[in-house]
Design a protein around this ligand. Sequence first.
Ligand SMILES: Cc1ncc(COP(=O)(O)O)c(C=O)c1O
Length: 411
Amino acid sequence: MLDSQLLKIAEDFGSPVYVYDAEKIEFQYHRLTNAFKNVKKLKLNYAVKALSNISILKLFKSLGSGIDTVSIQEVQLGLAAGFSPDQIIFTPNGVSLLEIEQAAKLGVKINIDNLSILEQFGTKHPNIPVCIRINPHVMAGGNANISVGHIDSKFGISIHQIPHILRIVENTKMHINGIHMHTGSDILDIEVFLYASEILFETAKQFKGLDFIDFGSGFKVPYKAGDIETNIEELGEKLTARFNEFCKEYGKDLTLAFEPGKFLVSESGSFLTHVNAVKQTTSTVFAQVDSGFNHLIRPMLYGSHHDIVNISNPNGRERFYTVVGYICETDTFGNNRRINEITEGDVLCFRNAGAYCFSMASNYNSRFKPAEVLWHNNEAKLIRKRETFEDILKNQVEVDFSPKKKVAVSK
Ligand SMILES: Cc1ncc(COP(=O)(O)O)c(C=O)c1O
């Protein structure tokens, strides 16, 4: 969609506002399915955590996607969006046995990444099939906070513990229907991913009744001009060849599953803010916008880069600005960026704001969470209202501290 259309949305819906381009989501979905078109059974389960608005989930449903969920609430959201339980996989980490049982009761696919929980679940529910999340100990993610396959990671069951898994399966007679890995976000090197996949194939050979192998996600998208991205087409070609070969060895056409979040929605998203003030200090020119890390935490949390564009003045002279928010701690969105000249009131657009942006937003500083708009069929549709003061107070319980009236005691 065009920046002029984004500008109109900022005028019509106010700011801050998240905007998602449905066409871009569809494009990415088809790009991924196309890269793996030579796999007989392919299943994409969109990772709800990236962007969980119910209209986005419905869009994925219309595309034929399933969903990957990490909390019972995400499962419920998926069901509310119309996904059938068998279209939902529950891939939690560190949740209670009870929460896994609740999800299983709703009929969704279960993925377990802890030996103790596996044993307890298998003992109580030997008839419910379970997928196992393996930790292949491969360092694939780009940032320590989003790299989850390494040896010290809390995610997955170590490949060195396969004998334990096999003992649990033998003792409980439970059925393992899938093997899963998610090595981390921002895969830069396809060869590393393929290496981790080999570990998954080796593991899969030890389980006879599999229906699917889930390769997780972590596909990197470009954040700025010239940035590297995971070469999906090359990965598709290489992994398809290897997967099809493995299925022959295994003697069954397994489903190849992925659970992408960022790849599908990151580039579809724009975050629009108005500039409250331009502040010149001795060394820096700050552009202060009507938002902060309460709405977009990725730069402060992971040092993520979001291109920032002045869509009110696209042809203005470029100058250097440090773009900050209004939060009472440091909340720098971008340091010394070249941006077309900014005047107070201009609309700044943060690119790549589809994944892990609104879904990580909070009410810090008692600010409202922003509105969300979906651009679909050349029309801007409000898919989440901006919060109001009632939302801030909604679940708060007031205590009465007024002085107690003295009760007269008769003698
Ligand atoms: C288990 C699991 N699957 C899928 C994803 C989605 O990853 P990405 O957004 O990089 O595609 C994540 C991200 O944290 C995850 O933890």
